[in-house]
Write a protein that binds this ligand. Structure first.
Ligand code: SF4
Length: 288
């Protein structure tokens, strides 16, 4: 058994490949099942359950290369955590909602549920990867097994699944692992942390440039347009934090906790931003 003193987490390498979008094997479920409202993220209204007017018949996007300039920034932020291909090719065996229009409502409902479940799987993998506690890792594995069975089982079971109880169990474990991880960063005291750095904090537009924020709990915090350039976010709990237009140039997020691709996609950064190996630099960062 790996001990905490070995400085290795209990489950150091867990595969996340099934939790990455594979749009080529998806029936553009995010472009049909979900609705959106005209805003800074979308230039038009679209009701849920109807195809976007930019969607081609082969499920590709006709404006893929110019989504941001065309007012569809929200599309570049969204991530299904691999639910799209799972529903399209697994639950519906490769038969699209165009081929079988009667399947539309079930397919879209399954996608909505599977997307939440895949996101939970992503966070559980992260918790298992970061914890040194074998019991927490075991409970994470058990929850993952329950969720994997739900998304890989019968459609009727998935549609009847109560997500609230699962959400609550996953959340408890994520919080427990967060406390463990953050405590290790606060071992030398939390004097470096501002009292305002708390879960759900409104830090919109504030300046934390070049600050050491290690071990802070920013779960659900509003970091919209917050200046985090050159800051160190190692061991910071970022579960559900709102990163829209946050400035991340030269920041160190390589050991941040519960960071996701949609959060990065919503933020601004550059080549010098340090990211975890399992996340990608958004293309709009590369283009400046
Ligand atoms: S603009 Fe393109 S990516 Fe966005 S919802 Fe429409 S088809 Fe999908």
């Amino acid at each position: 058994m790996t001990s905490p003193n070995s400085l290795e987490p209990f489950s150091p390498t867990l595969d996340r490949s099934a939790l990455r979008p594979d749009c080529g094997n998806c029936f553009a479920l995010c472009c049909t099942a979900f609705g959106f409202t005209r805003s800074a993220d979308f230039s038009v209204d679209k009701p849920a359950g109807s195809p976007c007017h930019n969607l081609a018949s082969d499920f590709s996007c006709t404006i893929h290369d110019s989504l941001r300039p065309r007012g569809f920034r929200g599309c570049t932020v969204f991530d299904c955590f691999g639910a799209g291909q799972n529903v399209s090719q697994g639950l519906f065996a490769g038969k699209s909602w165009i081929e079988d229009p009667d399947s539309r409502s079930d397919m879209f409902a399954a996608f909505a549920a599977a997307r939440q479940l895949h996101e939970m799987l992503w966070y559980l993998v992260e918790a298992q990867t970061r914890t040194f506690d074998p019991d927490a890792s075991r409970r994470g594995a058990k929850l993952r097994n329950t969720i994997e069975q739900a998304v890989g089982g019968e459609l009727s079971d998935l549609l009847a699944l109560g997500l609230q109880d699962l959400h609550s169990q996953v959340r408890s474990l994520l919080i427990e692992v967060s406390e463990e991880v953050r405590a290790s960063y606060l071992a030398v005291g939390d004097d470096h942390l501002d009292a305002a750095l708390e879960p759900g904090a409104d830090l919109m537009g504030q300046n934390f440039r070049s600050r050491r924020l290690c071990g802070a709990n920013l779960r659900g915090a509003y970091l919209i347009a917050t200046d985090l350039r050159s800051s160190d976010l190692s061991g910071v709990d970022l579960l559900g934090a709102d990163f829209r237009d946050a400035r991340l140039d030269e920041a160190d997020l390589s050991k941040a906790l519960y960071l996701t691709q949609p959060q990065l996609n919503a933020a601004k950064g550059n080549h010098a931003t340090s990211l975890p190996a399992f996340l990608e630099m958004p293309s709009h960062w590369q283009n400046g």
